[in-house]
Design a protein around this ligand. Structure first.
Ligand SMILES: *[C@@H]1O[C@H](CO)[C@@H](O)[C@H](O)[C@H]1NC(C)=O
Ligand SMILES: *[C@@H]1O[C@H](CO)[C@@H](O)[C@H](O)[C@H]1NC(C)=O
Length: 471
């Protein structure tokens, strides 16, 4: 019998099975981690290989616990989460074994001190595959502003209206993007002071997505390349990947909130497969939800990509939590049940049409939409590659897409608007709160042409300014 167990254990270590999931456990008290370790060592789990760490480290926990009146309910709930990795982290593969994860999950759910144990889908970029068929090389980067239809009105966001006002180019605001990687040394981001505040960007291929996101918002106002919607805003990145550990989305969100001030802007540029197998927004998973709530409670305006799964967030599929979710979990896509405070962004057509794009998730919780196709920005290189085609600091795109491109469109508008509000231009308003911004975006802008699958309005900065002036 013993030989058989040894043999099975040996096979298990030799055959590295990839899993599409991470195992996340919530315990009754933050101090219960040793109980978990003890249980595993007594029950034949390979504790040499298994790593267990609190989702939120002590330093980050203390930062948020001390800055408000003690820990909020969401922070308290998030502080009890533990990430369980069955194998040492390997940046090339996700070497967690799904069968073993499920075996452990079902045993953990029997324990009195375990309040939740679920398999959480791995995060990915909410973009649509790009077309690289029109690549040009040249020496001097031309000006591409005429390709940025989204800067204009009425099909775009009427950005000139805010650029004409004091502070309206984003100079008083920081923006932080939560995802995988960036090219902060890009020639068109030089004045944005971009840097990574948390995590380790993964690899060369994974820089373009975040680069395009940051360009839409913060590309510099100069005579070459593109110009961002809030071109004088400062831009930062918080990376959910790490060279030493599996992804930690909640901690990357808290690290981002810690790096900015109330009224600053955060983007969540991540999606993952949900209960219907369609890719959905991060807040569905309870640990992510609590992290987003802590961020919005700290006054940060959080924009979250709705995801590209063509999913209906009003479907009953989202009323049931996943297996092993905490008993008090409620569907965050039904705002009367649970509300992270984040603003969900869907993807609409480029240009004058305000129709939903076929892939965009939709439903009553989707607050607002941006352009989900044909967005010109920095990165990728399908529009232009500067001299020395390996220098990604001179790459430009004309085809950034998905709820990935839609989210920075809206975030950029609010960064510019907030920066103007901070100059004292609106009487009785020092700063827009997350709730102010959501309400403004829902009651202004151009209506969606096909509202039966709701992605919300398209923001219009002139209307946003007028709504604040007439307060
Ligand atoms: C949201 O929840 C409320 C309260 O349970 C319910 O009345 C409503 O029908 C739900 N909305 C949707 C779209 O499911
Ligand atoms: C843009 O759309 C609006 C509203 O649907 C319409 O009135 C206007 O004529 C359109 N403009 C162009 C240039 O197509």
């Amino acid at each position: 019998m013993r030989t058989l167990i040894t043999l099975v254990a040996l096979l298990a270590t030799l055959v590295i099975c990839e899993s599409k999931y991470q195992l996340v456990v919530q315990v009754a008290n933050r101090g219960d981690l040793p109980l978990l370790r003890k249980f595993m060592s007594q029950n034949d789990f390979d504790t040499e290989r298994i790593s267990m760490t609190h989702t939120v480290d002590d330093e980050t926990f203390n930062h948020f616990a001390n800055s408000v009146n003690g820990p909020s309910k969401s922070l308290e709930q998030l502080s009890r989460y533990i990430n369980v990795d069955l194998a040492p982290y390997d940046p090339k593969s996700n070497n967690n074994d799904q069968q073993e994860q499920e075996r452990l999950q079902s045993q953990l759910l029997q324990l009195p001190f375990v309040t939740a144990a679920y398999l959480k889908s791995l995060p990915e970029d909410p973009t649509i595959v790009e077309d690289f068929s029109h690549i040009h090389d040249a020496n001097q980067t031309p000006l591409f502003v005429e390709k940025q239809g989204y800067l204009n009105g009425p099909g775009g966001f009427n950005v000139k209206a805010i650029h004409a006002l004091p502070g309206g180019k984003g100079e008083n605001v920081k923006v932080i993007d939560v995802e995988r990687g960036w090219t902060f040394e890009h020639e068109d981001l030089k004045e944005s002071e971009g840097k990574v505040v948390y995590g380790t960007p993964a690899s060369y291929d994974e820089f373009h997505h975040g680069t395009a996101v940051t360009g839409i918002i913060s590309a510099n106002d100069n005579d070459f390349g593109v110009t961002g919607i809030a071109p004088k805003s400062k831009i930062l990145g918080s990376c959910y990947t790490n060279e030493k550990a599996f992804p930690n989305v909640p901690l990357s969100i808290l690290a981002a909130a810690k790096a900015v001030d109330p009224g600053d802007v955060m983007l969540i540029e991540i999606q993952a497969p949900g209960p219907e197998g369609k890719v959905i927004a991060m807040e569905y998973w309870p640990d992510n939800f609590h992290a987003l709530k802590v961020a919005t409670e700290s006054g940060v305006i959080v924009f979250e990509a709705a995801g590209n799964g063509d999913a209906n967030f009003d479907s009953p599929a989202y009323n049931r939590g996943g297996p092993g979710f905490p008993a008090d979990w409620k569907n965050p896509f039904n705002r009367s049940l649970a509300d992270s405070g984040a603003i969900l962004v869907g993807a609409g057509s480029s240009g004058n049409s305000t129709k939903r794009l076929y892939f965009s998730n939709y439903g009553s919780a989707v607050d607002v939409h941006g352009w989900g196709q044909n967005v010109a920005s920095i990165g990728y290189g399908d529009l232009y590659r500067g001299e020395g085609t390996r220098e990604r600091s001179k790459y430009y795109t004309n085809s950034f897409s998905g709820t990935s491109s839609a989210t920075p469109c809206v975030s950029g508008c609010i960064a510019a608007l907030q920066s103007w509000v901070k100059t004292g231009a609106v009487s009785g308003k020092k700063l827009l709160t997350p709730a102010d911004v959501r309400s403004l975006l829902r009651r202004t802008g151009r209506a969606q042409e096909d509202p039966e699958k709701r992605i919300g309005n398209r923001p219009d900065l002139e209307q946003l300014i007028n709504a604040l002036k007439s307060k």
